[in-house]
Each structure stands twice: as structure tokens, then as C-alpha cells.
Write a protein that binds this ligand. Structure first.
Ligand code: ATP
Ligand code: MG
Length: 420
């Protein structure tokens, strides 16, 4: 182990690249904030039981990928592998669902942890922005969430993503389908582990990425042929609302997703420039989850978008985000008195929202100008004793190299006008 090396599967976000990451988080959240979603933050760890019950004992996330540990006090905890179970737990604990305003709409942003085999787009700590609408069964809510995610990606400039859509049925029709699928899977040539999975959670076998498995699944019964009338009507309404909103989607009868709690509407956002880690986000309806973790019946729907993969998707499309410059103005004092005066100007400019930095450490003109250049500032403000005696500062355009004196008592207005 090297103490200066981040643990396997993790990476640091550093300037200047970190600015794009932050911009992606902000852009994904923006449509949610205009649609009535309130910000929620939950702990980075929870009782392991919450995920075992909420995400599902038979999922890869719980059986293989969870960072579970016992505390010194003997409590079994796990780093959160996803957000939905925690957010629902928090809403139930605070009785938000009893306040009378259903659905409870929440959004979150944070780090999640899965012990996976690290590769490009797959990390052991990754970042998601998510949204949950808790306590309402309404196809317009499912459509709303898909539309908001679509808006978020479009606002970032992403174009080469696709929306895959399916319905997983409900507790009426899914058991019938489950049995039909199980019957089909038992007749296939599958390895031991996959056969076991077929008994515990046969739908997940549809999600198997291996080509030899997919080949055998060609004739598998499809859920859409088993949907009950209520589920069919619900799904048709979601599709109609998306179409009316101009949001293009593809019906994907085999889309199941890795978590146990999904019912009815299920969707995934995939990007074609990402290789095998193609899912940039996903979500769906989880009408049974609240009861699974010990709460009342609360039909709900949500999604989580992966920030890391969204950043990679932007790179794949060659989209460069218009991130505001870290420094607009760089102040270079020459001498002690100038230092005091310019430091005051810097503070005032910052108060006015102008991104301003200062040459610290008593550098000479040459070194300070080099730093001004590196900072990417549009202007440098330079002042020596003679300037101050005349009541001016020198405003230097870093692109053209032109320099002109500006009155000290009008410097804030002058700089703002120059930047506008
Ligand atoms: P995958 O099939 O690629 O493993 P998933 O179905 O496990 O994805 P979800 O649990 O639906 O993913 O999480 C939502 C999003 O979070 C994913 O679409 C992806 O963008 C991101 N994500 C999930 N796991 C990771 C990871 N290990 N590293 C980076 N991003 C991830
Ligand atoms: Mg996964």
C-alpha cells in the first residue's frame, strides 16, 4: 500500500476536471427543483437490514457488492449501495407521508459504495443524483420523472442516449409470469449458479449479460404478454404521456434491472458511447418497497442517475460544459501599501460576485503575472505606489495585453462593466 494512493476503485476529483463533475450534479438537480422535489440527505451508512430487505437478499448488490461491517458496539451496518431504500426509510421515520401532501417528492445527491470489479465507468465509490416520488400511484408521476431526467441530460448537451422502457407488472400478474419464466429457464442449459438464480429470482436471469445465456433466452416468455389489464392500462398511459411530451423511448421487453423492489414502470437511460458500462441511469416504480421495510403501503417511483458515467458520456460525445471561469480577475500588488489597498478591492469584487484571486506570498511582478496567466483570469489588476499616488489601478487585458488606468474609487463598476 502506498499512502499517497487512493484505494482501488476510487478516484479523486480535482480542479479543473472537478468543475464539470459539479456542473453535472447541478444540472441533473435543476429540473427536479423546478418540479417540486425537496432536497434530502441521509447517512452514508444504514443498518444492513434495510438493504437486505429493501434491495433484496438475492441481488448482486446485497450478496456480493455491499460494504457491510460490524461496529465496535456490535451493530451491523453497511455503506449505502444505493439511495432509494435510505430515502424511503428517512421519509417513513419522519412521517412525511402523514403530512397529507402526497406524493412526497425528494431529490438527493451523494456517494454510493459497491464492492465491484473496478473498470472504466464502474467504481467502488460512485456518485448519483436521484429523485423519489413517494405515496402516489399515477402514470403522470412516472412520466414526470422520465421527462425530468430527459430534460437534465438534454440541458447538459447529451444527445446519444436512449430511454429503454418496460413494465414489470404487479403482485397480480407477475407471479403468473414468474412461474412461466421459471418453467422455461429450467429447460435451458445453464450453470449451477444461474439455475439457482432462476429459482430465487428468475427475472434477473433475463438481465444476464453473457452472450451464450442471451442466445438461449431468445424464445423466453415475455412479461408484456402476461400483464394484467390494470398494469397494461397503466403502462399505456405512461407511454402516451411520454409520447405527448415528445420524449422518445424504446420498448424493451427484457429490461428488468438489478433490484428486487421494482413493479410496473421500469426504465433505463443508456448511452452508446460508453462500451459495456452503458447505463447512465435507471429507475422505476417500487410499489411494494415500503411494506418490505416495515412501512405502510406507499406506491412510489424514482430514479438515480450516475454522475460518473454521465461525465464519461459527455466526454464520449465531445461535449465541453460551459463551466464559469474559476478566476475572472487576478490582483497583483507591488509593495506593501498596494497590497493592503488591492486586498480591499479583491474583497469588494468578490462581494459583487466577480471571481477574483490575489497574488499571495509577496511575489515580484514577473512571478505574479505568471500566476495571473495560469489562473485563466480575463483581467489583471496591477498597482504600485505611483498608481496609488495618482488614485488609479492598472487594468490589464490578459488576452490582448492592453493596459489602462482605472480610477480606484470606480474600480468595482469598471471591472464589472469590462467583464459584462
Ligand atoms: P450496472 O448494470 O451497470 O451495474 P446498475 O443497474 O447496478 O448498473 P443502478 O443500481 O440502477 O445501476 O444505479 C443507477 C446508476 O448509477 C447506473 O445507471 C450507473 O450510472 C450508476 N452506477 C451504478 N453502479 C455504479 C458503479 N459501480 N460505478 C459507477 N456508476 C455506477
Ligand atoms: Mg450494478
Amino acid at each position: 500500500m502506498n499512502a499517497f494512493q487512493a484505494p482501488k476503485g476510487t478516484y479523486d476529483l480535482l480542479p479543473p476536471d472537478s468543475a464539470a463533475f459539479l456542473a453535472v450534479r447541478t444540472a441533473i438537480a435543476a429540473p427536479l427543483r423546478t418540479a417540486g422535489y425537496g432536497y434530502v440527505e441521509t447517512p452514508a451508512f444504514e443498518h444492513v437490514e434495510l438493504f437486505a430487505r429493501g434491495v433484496g437478499e438475492s441481488t448482486d448488490i446485497v450478496t456480493k457488492e455491499m460494504y457491510a461491517f460490524s461496529t465496535k458496539g456490535g451493530t451491523d451496518l453497511a455503506l449505502r449501495p444505493e439511495g432509494t431504500a435510505s430515502v424511503l426509510r428517512a421519509a417513513l421515520e419522519a412521517n412525511l407521508h402523514k403530512a397529507g401532501n402526497l406524493p412526497v417528492k425528494l431529490w438527493y445527491s451523494g456517494s454510493y459504495y459497491r464492492y465491484e470489479r473496478p473498470q472504466k465507468g464502474r467504481y467502488r465509490q460512485f456518485s448519483q443524483v436521484g429523485a423519489e416520488a413517494i405515496g402516489a400511484e399515477d402514470p403522470a408521476l412516472d412520466a414526470e420523472l422520465i421527462i425530468l431526467a430527459d430534460q437534465a441530460y438534454r440541458s447538459l448537451g447529451l444527445r446519444e442516449f436512449r430511454i429503454l422502457l418496460n413494465s414489470l407488472g404487479d403482485k397480480e400478474c407477475r407471479p403468473v409470469y414468474r412461474e412461466a419464466l421459471q418453467g422455461f429457464l429450467r429447460g435451458l442449459d445453464l450453470d449451477e449458479e444461474t439455475l439457482r438464480r432462476a429459482e430465487i429470482n428468475p427475472l434477473r436471469v433475463l438481465d444476464d449479460k453473457r452472450a451464450d445465456v442471451q442466445k438461449q433466452l431468445v424464445g423466453a416468455p415475455l412479461l408484456r404478454d402476461y400483464l394484467c389489464d390494470a398494469c397494461k392500462a397503466y403502462h399505456e398511459e405512461v407511454r402516451a404521456l411520454l409520447t405527448a411530451a415528445g420524449v422518445a423511448f424504446e420498448d424493451d421487453a427484457k429490461l428488468v434491472r438489478g433490484l428486487d423492489y421494482y413493479t410496473r414502470t421500469t426504465f433505463e437511460f443508456v448511452h452508446d458511447g460508453l462500451g459495456s458500462q452503458s447505463a447512465v441511469g435507471g429507475g422505476g416504480r417500487y410499489d411494494g418497497l415500503s411494506e418490505m421495510i416495515g412501512g405502510p403501503a406507499l406506491p412510489s417511483v424514482g430514479w438515480a442517475l450516475g454522475v460518473d458515467r454521465t461525465v464519461l458520456a459527455l466526454e464520449a460525445e465531445g461535449v465541453v460544459l460551459d463551466v464559469p471561469s474559476a478566476t475572472d480577475v487576478y490582483a497583483v500588488p507591488l509593495g506593501e501599501e498596494a497590497r493592503r489597498v488591492l486586498f480591499g478591492v479583491v474583497t469588494r469584487l468578490r462581494e459583487e460576485g466577480v471571481a477574483t484571486d490575489f497574488s499571495y506570498g509577496g511575489k515580484g511582478l514577473k512571478g505574479a503575472m505568471k500566476n495571473a496567466n495560469r489562473s485563466g483570469a480575463r483581467y489583471a489588476l496591477v498597482a504600485g505606489e505611483r498608481d496609488l499616488a495618482e488614485g488609479v489601478l492598472q487594468l490589464k487585458d490578459m488576452e490582448s495585453g492592453e493596459q489602462r488606468p482605472v480610477a480606484l474609487d470606480a474600480v468595482v463598476e469598471t471591472v464589472k462593466a469590462a467583464l459584462a
